[in-house]
Design a protein around this ligand. Sequence first.
Ligand code: NAD
Length: 495
Amino acid sequence: MTTTYKNFIAGQWVAPSTDAWFENRNPADQDDLIGLFPASGAADIDAAVASARRGFEIWKRTPAPARGDVLRRVGDLLASRKEELADIMTREMGKPLAETRGDVQEGIDTAYYAATEGRRLFGHTVPSELANKWAMSMRRPIGVCGLITPFNFPLAIPTWKAFPALLCGNAVILKPAEDVPHTSTVLVEILLEAGLPPEVIQLVHGMGEVVGKALVEHPHVPVISFTGSTETGRFVGETCGRMHKRLSLEMGGKNAQIVLDDADLDLALDGVLWGAFGTTGQRCTATSRLVLQAGIHDAFVARLTERAKGLRLGDGRKAGTDVGPLVSEAARAKVERYIEIGTQQGASLVCGGARAVGGALDRGFFFQPTIFTNVTAGSRLDQEEIFGPVLSVIKVRSAEEAFAVNNGVRYGLSSSVYTSNVNVAFRALQELDNGITYVNAPTIGAEAHLPFGGVKETGNGHREGGWEVYEFYSETKVGYVDYSGALQRAQIDNY
Ligand code: NAD
């Protein structure tokens, strides 16, 4: 019996107005149908916005520490359902259980951080320029927030957005990626079980070009937070700009790991294998370029190739799997196109380069871990986000040249440098044009309590995570109280 899932709108689980549904299948095994999910329409977004506006009126008046208490219970419930959620995620997007457990943990950490923020949400008290006058700033909720999320962190990314938005007193409409609708369904169940008033959260499933677009274009959704590709983010940004919406964009990456001649090579090797092939290369922070200094280049490539060939592909729910499938056939076809492009542009394929087939692998979207060497700065392998298990190796002569290669792309999410020279490490922190730089660690591994995001075409200046995201989801208001009993005119004849 196929399970049919619903939207959550106006406090109820409801079928979409379209009466249309889409299938959610396991990318490791296309015979495994997870369920049918709503292919909603613009009318469902209208209903969700109407409900969220009612929810906002209740929630914005709930004291922030009480809102935080709800989020603490959410953290507890996520922790108690960690294994179940990890399994749901692996089944619908493919990455191994160890990684989806980490995805859940990030949600738990984000919930507990949000819970404590309920007792901070600091404003400032500032001396006034006038006698007997009080000056202060405070934080206010904004309204209905539309959250549009990608497939690769099915739980963590919705929590990065929803928890701070809710803690700040906003109502939320979540539009998850169509590849991973099951995880966010359980997330909404948990929010409700934790005591969130029903109309404060809405879940609308469906295609990005239909419901995502309708959400972005809705006049009563003043805040949009989008994570996904730079191409989609551009559309979203154009609409939000025209409509004067507050917008956070987290988009593509082309992240480099730099290994200099003086690096600990064993450490760098473990780092690049995890950074490049973890999540099948489908992390926004995945290592897609390896920049090697000439002195260690050949020996490092030899060791790396050998290790990459030993990675075990398979169903992420089975013990021993290192690398799961790509999320979809379209994603695999894109990777395949880049094998052709790389070869045409003169790069040398030293590992992988083809679909992984045979036995159970035939039922999923598997692709061999792939390494290209002789990649030149400026070529398409160096410049374009592939979002799959493809690593491009670029040889450089010096740290300066490595920094220039890192910076020579339109993206700027994360970077990493392996060196034993502390001076070079600090120069890298200063010189690399990224939102995150790791020293002697791979390009992946953000922590929930620090700001996360990128520069250039990766983002638009906002950050998720940590303390900064609370500024995005709240409006600053200034209050003056004049207790002098007289008319005092600021900036005029006071001195
Ligand atoms: P995507 O852009 O295809 O989809 C992201 C979301 O946008 C989905 O929910 C989708 O339904 C929706 N969408 C699609 N068209 C839309 C439209 N016209 N209007 C509104 N919404 C629309 O991205 P994806 O394939 O799910 O994720 C992969 C991309 O996400 C990669 O580029 C990756 O780098 C990026 N990403 C970035 C970060 C970050 O923090 N910088 C994190 C994770 C993923």
